[in-house]
Ligand binder design. Structure first.
Ligand code: SF4
Length: 350
């Protein structure tokens, strides 16, 4: 088994050598170690999209999930190609908002408020290109977990109400940091669009009912358990976690914030980390002078981030050497242009 992996790794390294100058391999922190080990750069979704936008490489091989490759394709220069080694690697959270239910919600909310003048849509980067395009056409912006607070502040400076897609937990966590009272927040459930629009008329923030099932696995009981079992432990969580968990944690922040906090902490620090399992395991290995473990037992892994194996990457690279673009992700310009505008607004305000 190891021999097969060694051979595949050698194949990837050889392809990288032959494609040098033309190729950039990006890997998200939640990817398998075998992928992170051969990538040119690893990062969270914001860092990776910045890297993708800055490169002049002709081929960007994105080891992550579909919306990330789409974002890279939206930002790509003419002639650049973005390839996703596993086209079936979607994102459960991103898939919870689709264009038609979104149009329906916008129209229905229009029965109660003047949506075009009063409501600004903001979408978390974990959303499809179509959803980003919808937001861009309405004058809204994209945000990431690292800049959601800044983007929401900007949104409220533009219009009195915000429609936040698709992560209800991230939206509520940021709303609490901004001091928005509960009665000014309403939840839009696309599966059961409400009959009674009164709560939406009152609301300043409307949250789409979506969540990441990996981060939703963390519960308040996990925080209480680790505090009982590890006196002195610091609990750090991602803002896609439930607000009840975030309330109990010592620190909350994006993937890059979590990595920085743990890495820069003094030797001997004890950390319970509420985010994806592979990232936490790697963080533990890279910080042997600290005790780092996952907040949940057993740790949650993102199933779609786990799909990409070294063989998938090797196949994409051998395809490139043979003039084939396997796993190419393309976004038609009529979708890419408004989606790009929404991303651009985020970059301007954050
Ligand atoms: S961890 Fe959650 S938000 Fe991140 S890619 Fe997986 S399903 Fe999507």
């Amino acid at each position: 088994m190891l021999e097969v992996q060694d051979r595949t790794q050698a194949q990837v390294e050889e392809a990288k050598r032959r494609l040098a100058g033309e190729l950039l391999i990006l890997a998200h922190h939640y990817q398998r170690d075998e992928i992170v080990g051969v990538a040119d750069f690893r990062g969270d979704s914001l860092e990776l999209s910045r890297r993708a936008a800055a490169t002049e490489a002709r081929y960007i091989v994105f080891c992550g999930v579909h919306f990330m490759a789409e974002t890279a394709a939206i930002l790509a220069r003419p002639g650049q190609r973005v390839l996703l080694p596993r086209p079936d690697a979607g994102c459960y959270l991103a898939d919870q908002v689709e264009p038609i239910p979104l149009e329906v919600a916008w129209e229905r909310l229009g029965d109660s408020i003047d949506v075009e003048r009063e409501l600004l849509p903001i979408t978390y980067v974990n959303s499809t290109a179509e959803v980003k395009a919808f937001v861009g056409r309405k004058g809204g912006a994209v945000c990431t977990s690292a800049n959601a607070e800044k983007v929401l502040r900007w949104a409220f400076s533009q219009r009195p109400r915000v429609f936040f897609l698709p992560d209800q937990y991230l939206g509520r966590n940021v709303a609490r940091r901004l001091g928005l009272p509960e009665e000014e927040i309403a939840l839009w459930d696309p599966r059961f669009p409400p009959e009674d629009l009164k709560p939406f008329r009152r609301a300043r923030l409307i949250l789409w009912r979506g969540a990441c099932r990996t981060h939703a696995r963390f519960l308040p009981e996990d925080v209480l358990r680790v505090r009982a079992e590890h006196p002195g432990v610091k609990v750090i969580v991602h803002p896609e976690c439930r607000p009840e968990v975030v309330e109990l944690a010592d620190e909350v922040g994006s993937t890059s914030f979590i990595i920085r906090k743990v890495t820069e902490s003094p030797p001997g620090s004890v950390w319970a980390v509420g985010t994806e399992g592979r990232l936490v395991a790697r963080l533990g290995k890279e910080n042997p002078d600290k005790v780092v473990f996952n907040l949940a037992e057993p740790p949650p892994f993102c199933p779609t981030m786990s799909l990409t194996r070294l063989e998938d990457l090797a196949q994409v690279l051998s395809g490139l050497l043979n003039g084939e673009e396997r796993g190419r992700v393309e976004v038609p310009e009529e979708v890419a242009a408004p989606a790009r505008a929404a991303i651009q607004r985020m970059l301007e305000v954050s």
